[in-house]
Design a protein around this ligand. Structure first.
Ligand code: GTQ
Length: 350
């Protein structure tokens, strides 16, 4: 279309559009460029939440209401671009949850999947589908779709973690189901450690076991093991310029991502090291398991320390610089991009 049109033509067209609108009909040529930009233009904003700012507010919420009253006592991390929408990226939700000593977050289940990345506490537990696991800082724990789950704290210190759920995705597709349990805690049917023993030792049950459908049968990937693996792997080869030493979490039954909607990986970046910029279609959430440093997202640079959360919009250059040894947990909807043929990435310089 030529962009130079005279006033009369413009008026004629507008008059035509005005007659279309009441019938819920619209001309494509007026909106096509917005529907198909040359490349993704994320509306998300980059942001960093300092744990030292969030923690006091979380503790204050602990004085205002109990975990049981709240159902889930969580402070939602809202992307600055979408206040009130409970979204940290275009497709993912994140929040920081608190369980005080003696409390229980009551059993329920929902079709959206959740992951927990543990920040604080040694004696918190989450029970998922009849098995309990202790929650330790840095552990990556999965609540598969429609699995009963409750959380508790049997220690004398607060327990906190980051939740990431695929809620906005389910909202977009309008497919969310939720059910409360009649009991505060659901019944355990397997001993603690059963999942890791059967699926997390490089061994698998002789007969195929269907446990959680498309979700990994391991539901706690302990930080101790992840950290050890990254350190050992970093000695075996030069670090990748863009990824440093990065290992992705995997479903042992098929080698794919552990969750059907949320991809997860951990990066080890030693003190003094930096990564070259990378961009990918997925908007990314980073939780700092250990270390201090900075993350450049687009033109903005955010310094970070342990337990801070950052988010980078999709198709935006991002890179890291480590001041001390850094272990950086990542979550994104990359797994969905891959399944739907939408995933692209680009690596600069290096
Ligand atoms: O722990 O089940 O942050 O249902 C939001 C919704 C956590 C949970 C959240 C939830 C949960």
């Amino acid at each position: 279309m030529s962009n130079k049109i005279d006033e009369k033509t413009q008026a004629e067209r507008q008059e035509f559009y005005d007659r279309l609108a009441p019938g819920n009909i619209a001309p494509l040529w007026e909106v096509l460029k917005g529907l198909m930009p040359r490349e993704p233009q994320s509306k998300a904003a980059p942001f960093r939440w300092r744990y030292q700012d969030v923690r006091p507010l979380l503790m204050e919420s602990g004085e205002l209401l109990t975990a049981e009253e709240a159902e889930r006592r969580v402070l939602v991390l809202e992307n600055p671009s979408w206040p009130g929408q409970s979204r940290i990226t275009a497709s993912l939700y994140a929040g920081i949850q608190l369980i005080l000593p003696g409390e229980t977050a009551p059993a329920h289940r929902h079709t959206p999947s959740a992951l927990r990345f543990v920040l604080e506490g040694e004696q918190g537990f989450t029970a998922v589908g009849g098995e309990r696991t202790v929650m330790k800082a840095g552990d990556f724990i999965i609540t598969p779709a429609w699995a009963w789950h409750d959380h508790g704290n049997e220690g004398d210190q607060p327990v906190t973690w980051m939740d990431v759920l695929d809620l906005p995705m389910f909202g977009y597709f309008e497919t969310t189901f939720f059910q409360g349990h009649n009991d505060l805690r659901h019944m355990m049917s397997r001993p603690e450690g059963d999942s890791l023993a059967r699926f997390g030792e490089g061994l698998l049950p002789m007969d195929p076991v269907e446990r959680y459908g498309q979700t990994s049968p391991i539901f706690n990937y302990p930080y101790e093991r992840t950290r050890e693996a990254l350190l050992a792997a970093s000695k075996g080869a030069d670090p990748d310029p863009h990824l440093a030493t990065t290992l992705r979490y995997a479903n042992p039954t098929d080698g794919g991502w552990p969750m059907p909607t949320i991809a997860t990986w951990m990066t080890y970046l030693p003190a003094g090291a930096a990564t070259a910029p990378i961009r990918s279609t997925d908007g990314v959430i980073v939780s700092v398991a250990e270390g201090t440093g900075s993350m450049k997202i687009g033109e903005e640079e955010f310094d970070f320390r342990e337990k801070d959360t950052l988010t980078a919009p999709g198709w935006t250059w991002r890179s890291f610089r480590a001041t001390t040894d850094c272990f950086l947990f990542h979550a994104s909807d990359r797994v969905v991009h891959e399944k739907l043929g939408m995933y692209r990435e680009e690596r600069a310089g290096g």
